[in-house]
Ligand binder design. Structure first.
Ligand SMILES: C[S@@+](CC[C@H](N)C(=O)[O-])C[C@H]1O[C@@H](n2cnc3c(N)ncnc32)[C@H](O)[C@@H]1O
Length: 291
């Protein structure tokens, strides 16, 4: 970053923030980053240790701050996910710890979490399969009053972040496990009120942005040739775990607007199957009730 707008202040070289931000945003735009201005502001706020809204009150950067900001912008221009650089991902009311080797929670999943929260009555037993860093499980614990939330995850890297994020949520039990295991949570069979899952669901071979292809773990993103390889066992497991009347919600790929509701209907143990879109109007999750 070129310090073109310096002026002396109390004997220290300082650079004006506004042009530094504009230059950073232009560099990120050139690198193909989808939201260059927002990312530049979040990286500047992170460098300065303030919230993004406080940037309006800051005029200049010190030399060391400018250097650190420049380094972060350079990393983001190499398409390292913004959240890895910040060390956190915002999800509903939470700031989740994230880092290299784990899936970054996505805003679209906030809708599935909200659907589950609305169905979680006080004392309910909730299961979040493929929990990752805990976005869904911890939001349910944060915004509803569940008795227990089982957060199931297979990846050791994700489990480390999940345990860290779950520290302040005593209702959340972290369960290392594989959704292909029909004995998973066997002690809860027939007693689960709400089961939620954002599994790996992108069909193998689908083109994805560099942040995803180079950084999100493949096992968190891709769901086999048709993208449904994990969704099938999740539906079978849900049918075994949910109590009659219990609710299931599964996030899925844009191309599965019909396939996932159809899998739920074909199982024969679910009613009230419904398809839901995300805020961008794309098919995003399917829900049903265990009969
Ligand atoms: C799309 S990510 C979702 C993470 C989290 N639920 C979220 O919304 O941010 C899918 C997660 O499933 C985990 N996973 C993949 N295969 C699994 C399996 N067979 N059993 C359990 N977890 C699995 C991955 O490690 C990853 O953390």
């Amino acid at each position: 970053m070129t310090p073109t707008h310096e002026h002396p202040s109390a004997g220290t070289e300082r650079t004006r923030l506004a042009p530094a931000l504009a230059e950073a945003a232009a560099r990120l735009a050139e690198a193909g980053v989808a939201s260059p201005r927002v990312d530049a502001e979040l990286l500047a706020a992170h460098t300065l240790g303030v919230g993004r809204g406080r940037l309006l009150l800051i005029d200049t950067l010190r030399g060391d701050e400018l250097r650190r900001f420049g380094e972060l912008v350079a990393e983001r221009a190499r398409r390292i996910p913004l959240q890895y650089l910040l060390g956190t991902a915002a999800f509903r009311h939470l700031e989740l710890a994230v880092g290299p080797g784990v899936f970054v929670p996505r805003p679209e999943t906030e809708l599935l979490a909200g659907w589950g929260i609305a169905r979680t009555v006080p004392g309910a037993t909730v299961v979040d399969l493929c929990s990752g860093t805990g976005a869904i499980a911890l939001s349910v614990a944060d915004e509803a009053e569940p008795g227990r939330v089982f957060a199931v995850e297979r990846s050791p890297a994700a489990l480390a972040y999940l345990r860290r994020n779950a520290v302040d949520f005593p209702s959340v039990r972290v369960v290392p496990g594989d959704v292909n295991d029909p004995e998973l949570l066997v002690e809860c069979r027939g007693g689960v009120d709400v089961l939620l899952c954002n599994p790996p669901y992108v069909p193998d071979g689908t083109a994805v942005p560099p942040e995803v292809s180079d950084h999100d773990p493949a096992e968190a993103v891709f769901g086999g040739a048709d993208g449904l390889v994990l969704i099938r066992p999740v539906i079978a497991l849900a049918a075994a775990l949910l109590r009659p009347g219990g609710a299931i919600g599964i996030e899925h790929d844009d191309v599965h607007a019909e396939a996932v509701p159809e899998l739920l209907r074909a199982d024969g143990r679910f009613a009230d199957v419904a398809a839901h879109e995300d805020l961008a109007g794309r098919p995003r999750y399917a829900t049903a009730r265990r009969v």
